[in-house]
Design a protein around this ligand. Sequence first.
Ligand code: G1P
Length: 286
Amino acid sequence: MKQITKAVIPAAGLGTRFLPAIKACPKEMLPIVDKPTIQYIIEDSGIKDILIISGHNKRSIEDHFDRNPELELNLEEHGKADLLEQVKAIADINIHYIRQKEPKGLGHAILCAKSFVGDEPFAVLLGDDVVYNDENPCLKQLIDVYNTYGGSVLGCQTVPQEKVSSYGIVASEATAAERIFKVNDMVEKPAVDEAPSRLAVLGRYVITPEIFSILERTEPGRGGEIQLTDALKVLAKQQNMYAYDFIGRRYDVGDKQGYLEATVEYALRREDLKDNFLEYLKKVVK
Ligand code: G1P
């Protein structure tokens, strides 16, 4: 079975929910405490060969994952060895970029990765979904499922009924394995009363390369965009596809509430911040 060595991160979207903050700064660069969200996603993935599908106004992502000699020299001169190491390490990952020239949807963005991916299964990581599990990162869990069962694997969790219309929702059946379901069908952002379940795809995928020929034939769907969900639905009829109910705290950082929750909880996990920050929170909520 082919190993998963490549990941694709679609980052061409506008993220209008964060205007005006993202007018000149990509939403992927919004920090949670002191690190851009996209850096959490890349570091947690454990993958070293990454393609970012970029778009207008996204150049600061490239700068962030590049070396910065001026900053490095400054940190060295001021004896800030820890920071220097951190800043250099960011540029160690092998990141490629391609531009999605038109906003034709997530499926179209993934199709832009065709020549980078080639004939291998690959991971897709969506920038709005940050998942915290410091022992067993979300993508590693999906890759373990892939290594055992093959096929494509969708990272899912159950969402409240009123939220089903925000996600790709799967229709699936149980397998002998806990947390693993066989996908029979999918629907992108169904109406609340039409959803086949409450099991939602939450921004982590392992996908086999057969998706590309399907995407090439996929017509625009919901919102007039080429939807990844529509192509996955076709793939699920051709090959095994699994929905995996991953373990971890997931934040929708594309949403203000989710972003604030991530900021507070990540700060409270930090040894250097948590005591003072908790004191402060207690005072504020009194
Ligand atoms: C995308 C996908 C959707 C998925 C969601 C997860 O939607 O199209 O299937 O459930 O990400 O965050 P978006 O939120 O980009 O509109």
